[in-house]
Design a protein around this ligand. Structure first.
Ligand code: SF4
Length: 333
């Protein structure tokens, strides 16, 4: 993994709705994905993590709107550019060829009336019109093999494959144009835990072999700890902590990260009591004042209900946290 950035999100803001009715779903997010890295993004439902993914790839459906910020993409060759400023034609090429996204429940989005071979080669037909039919078929077979599916399943229909196999096909489809960045939004939530780990393990192997970078989004922090290099935790549309996966697991600083860790069993680590997080996620229409986590925080104290903590480095390590328990040394972003 290198320290060269491949995608830089700068001060990104996303709202749903217009005028007085607008709710801010992503607030001043700064995040960098490095080449070859797996960056985990965790948080409860409604924390803004999927909106962030849809925003950075400009896939937001109305009434979602980007109200500020930049998403700087660094291609392997050539100048960096802001994805938010791309024309529709360039944007289409950017998605799939440079950045691919595997959505929640993607395995159910395969077309039931087309064979797997057709669905894989259609992507190549649209983006690589210069390829011959034979070359497209060979590439599709190669991708299936890479994701652990025998080439003879090329001629199967989606209903003839298990859920795990359909999800592998979707991952193969995402990788078929060799993108630099793959965004996985809850890619394995619909599968059992053993299958989840098998597929994610395989994805990490592929990443090592093919060299792409991954943004992996899930509410399950224990999965991220296992499969990510670095983790960013979101709450109420903001990043509240960002650190190496090992640091989050052993010594998370933000009480919300600690609560998330206490909400999921670890398959490999020692047994521990699940504590969960009291209360419910904030309503974006009426965010609590100060630190938006303060109504649920077991460690809240005097400044928390009135002052918003900024994401800052509490020491010289490359980690950052937005919490009044940790004095600001160097604000981030
Ligand atoms: Fe808890 Fe205060 Fe830290 Fe927010 S700023 S997480 S309320 S201690």
């Amino acid at each position: 993994m290198s320290s060269t950035p491949v995608l830089e999100i700068r001060n990104l803001n996303v709202e749903y709705g217009l005028g007085d009715q607008a709710v801010r779903a992503v607030r001043d997010v700064n995040l960098t994905l490095h080449r070859g890295e797996v960056l985990g993004l965790a948080g409860e439902s409604g924390s803004g993590k999927s909106t962030l993914a849809y925003g950075m790839t400009r896939l937001l459906a109305p009434p979602g709107v980007i109200t500020g910020g930049e998403v700087i993409y660094h291609p392997e060759k050539g100048e960096a550019y802001d994805v938010l400023g791309l024309s529709d034609r360039h944007l289409q090429a950017f998605r799939w060829a440079e950045t691919a996204i595997v959505f929640q429940g993607a395995m159910n989005s395969l077309n039931p009336v087309h064979k797997i071979s057709t669905q894989l080669t259609d992507v190549l037909r649209a983006h690589r019109p210069e390829m011959s039919e034979a070359a497209r078929n060979a590439r599709a077979r190669e991708m299936l093999k890479l994701v652990g599916i025998a080439a003879d399943r090329m001629e199967a229909y989606p209903h003839q494959l298990s859920g795990g196999m359909r999800q592998r096909v979707m991952i193969g489809m995402a990788l078929i144009l060799q993108p630099q960045v793959v965004i996985m939004d809850e890619p394995t939530t619909a599968l059992d835990v053993v299958m989840q780990r098998q597929i994610l393990g395989q994805l990490i192997e592929l990443r090592e072999r093919l060299g792409f970078s991954v943004i992996f989004i899930t509410h399950d922090l224990s999965l991220l700890v296992e499969f990510s290099n670095r983790i960013a935790i979101m709450y109420g549309g903001r990043i509240v902590e960002e650190a190496a996966a090992a640091a989050i697991y052993k010594d998370s600083l933000h009480p919300y990260s600690q609560g998330l860790l206490g909400s999921f069993p670890s398959l490999r680590g020692p047994r521990r009591e699940l504590t969960g997080i009291p209360g419910t996620p904030p309503d974006l229409k009426g965010m609590p004042s100060g630190c938006s986590f303060h109504p649920r925080c077991p460690k809240a104290f005097e400044p928390c209900s009135t002052n918003i903590p900024v994401l800052a480095r509490p020491d010289d390590s490359p980690r950052s946290v937005a919490c009044w328990l940790h004095p600001v040394k160097e604000p981030v972003g």
